[in-house]
Design a binder for this molecule. Structure first.
Ligand code: SF4
Length: 112
Protein backbone atom coordinates (compact mmCIF):
# COMPACT_ATOMS: atom_id res chain seq x y z
CA UNK A 1 0.00 0.00 0.00
CA UNK A 2 2.76 2.43 0.96
CA UNK A 3 4.44 1.63 -2.33
CA UNK A 4 1.29 2.54 -4.25
CA UNK A 5 1.01 5.85 -2.34
CA UNK A 6 4.67 6.58 -3.05
CA UNK A 7 4.18 5.81 -6.76
CA UNK A 8 1.12 8.09 -6.85
CA UNK A 9 3.10 10.88 -5.18
CA UNK A 10 5.90 10.43 -7.69
CA UNK A 11 3.43 10.63 -10.54
CA UNK A 12 1.95 13.83 -9.11
CA UNK A 13 5.42 15.29 -8.66
CA UNK A 14 6.30 14.36 -12.23
CA UNK A 15 3.09 15.95 -13.48
CA UNK A 16 3.89 19.14 -11.56
CA UNK A 17 7.37 19.14 -13.07
CA UNK A 18 5.98 18.69 -16.55
CA UNK A 19 3.59 21.64 -16.02
CA UNK A 20 6.48 23.93 -15.14
CA UNK A 21 8.04 25.58 -18.15
CA UNK A 22 11.37 27.26 -17.59
CA UNK A 23 10.95 29.22 -20.80
CA UNK A 24 7.39 30.42 -20.14
CA UNK A 25 8.40 34.05 -19.60
CA UNK A 26 11.65 33.94 -21.57
CA UNK A 27 12.77 33.73 -25.15
CA UNK A 28 13.78 30.05 -25.48
CA UNK A 29 17.29 29.14 -26.51
CA UNK A 30 16.15 27.62 -29.81
CA UNK A 31 14.66 30.98 -30.79
CA UNK A 32 17.56 33.01 -29.47
CA UNK A 33 20.01 30.78 -31.35
CA UNK A 34 17.79 30.46 -34.46
CA UNK A 35 17.92 26.67 -34.45
CA UNK A 36 16.58 25.08 -37.65
CA UNK A 37 13.42 22.90 -37.43
CA UNK A 38 15.44 19.70 -37.75
CA UNK A 39 17.55 20.58 -34.71
CA UNK A 40 14.52 21.77 -32.73
CA UNK A 41 12.80 18.45 -33.36
CA UNK A 42 15.76 16.47 -32.01
CA UNK A 43 17.20 18.66 -29.26
CA UNK A 44 16.22 17.72 -25.69
CA UNK A 45 16.00 21.43 -24.80
CA UNK A 46 12.67 21.63 -26.65
CA UNK A 47 11.35 18.34 -25.25
CA UNK A 48 12.20 18.93 -21.59
CA UNK A 49 11.19 22.52 -21.15
CA UNK A 50 10.84 22.22 -17.38
CA UNK A 51 14.63 22.57 -17.26
CA UNK A 52 16.97 25.22 -18.57
CA UNK A 53 18.94 24.00 -21.57
CA UNK A 54 22.27 24.19 -19.72
CA UNK A 55 20.93 21.64 -17.19
CA UNK A 56 20.34 19.01 -19.88
CA UNK A 57 23.04 16.68 -21.10
CA UNK A 58 23.39 16.38 -24.86
CA UNK A 59 21.69 19.50 -26.16
CA UNK A 60 22.73 20.31 -29.70
CA UNK A 61 25.20 23.00 -28.76
CA UNK A 62 26.94 20.81 -26.15
CA UNK A 63 27.87 18.22 -28.75
CA UNK A 64 31.16 18.73 -30.47
CA UNK A 65 32.48 17.41 -33.78
CA UNK A 66 33.73 14.24 -32.16
CA UNK A 67 30.40 12.75 -31.14
CA UNK A 68 30.68 13.71 -27.47
CA UNK A 69 27.81 12.82 -25.17
CA UNK A 70 27.24 16.47 -24.33
CA UNK A 71 28.29 16.47 -20.67
CA UNK A 72 30.65 19.38 -21.17
CA UNK A 73 28.90 22.61 -20.21
CA UNK A 74 31.84 24.93 -20.84
CA UNK A 75 30.13 26.31 -23.95
CA UNK A 76 27.17 27.30 -21.76
CA UNK A 77 29.38 29.41 -19.50
CA UNK A 78 30.06 31.78 -22.38
CA UNK A 79 26.62 31.51 -23.99
CA UNK A 80 24.33 34.55 -24.14
CA UNK A 81 21.31 32.39 -23.20
CA UNK A 82 22.90 31.25 -19.93
CA UNK A 83 24.30 34.74 -19.27
CA UNK A 84 20.83 36.23 -19.65
CA UNK A 85 18.79 33.65 -17.73
CA UNK A 86 21.27 31.73 -15.58
CA UNK A 87 21.33 34.22 -12.65
CA UNK A 88 25.05 33.52 -12.18
CA UNK A 89 24.17 30.19 -10.58
CA UNK A 90 26.65 27.34 -11.08
CA UNK A 91 25.83 25.10 -14.03
CA UNK A 92 24.81 21.60 -12.97
CA UNK A 93 23.44 18.94 -15.29
CA UNK A 94 20.11 17.54 -14.04
CA UNK A 95 18.88 15.42 -16.93
CA UNK A 96 20.98 12.66 -18.46
CA UNK A 97 20.57 10.15 -21.23
CA UNK A 98 18.06 12.14 -23.29
CA UNK A 99 20.57 13.91 -25.48
CA UNK A 100 20.72 14.06 -29.23
CA UNK A 101 22.09 11.01 -30.94
CA UNK A 102 24.98 11.95 -33.14
CA UNK A 103 26.13 9.92 -36.09
CA UNK A 104 29.30 8.99 -34.26
CA UNK A 105 27.39 8.01 -31.13
CA UNK A 106 25.24 5.70 -33.25
CA UNK A 107 28.33 4.10 -34.80
CA UNK A 108 29.71 3.64 -31.28
CA UNK A 109 26.59 1.71 -30.22
CA UNK A 110 26.83 -0.54 -33.26
CA UNK A 111 30.50 -1.25 -32.56
CA UNK A 112 29.79 -2.39 -28.94
S1 SF4 B 1 25.18 26.64 -25.23
FE1 SF4 B 1 24.24 25.87 -23.34
S2 SF4 B 1 23.17 27.66 -22.47
FE2 SF4 B 1 23.56 28.08 -24.64
S3 SF4 B 1 21.73 27.48 -25.73
FE3 SF4 B 1 23.18 25.73 -25.74
S4 SF4 B 1 22.64 24.46 -23.97
FE4 SF4 B 1 21.70 26.50 -23.72
Amino acid sequence: MAEIIEKTRKTEAEQDASKFNFWADKQPCWEKCHCPELIKAECPATRYQFLACWEIEGTYCKLDDHGATGKDTSICEVCRVYKKFGNNEPIRLKLFGKGMDTELATLGKVAK
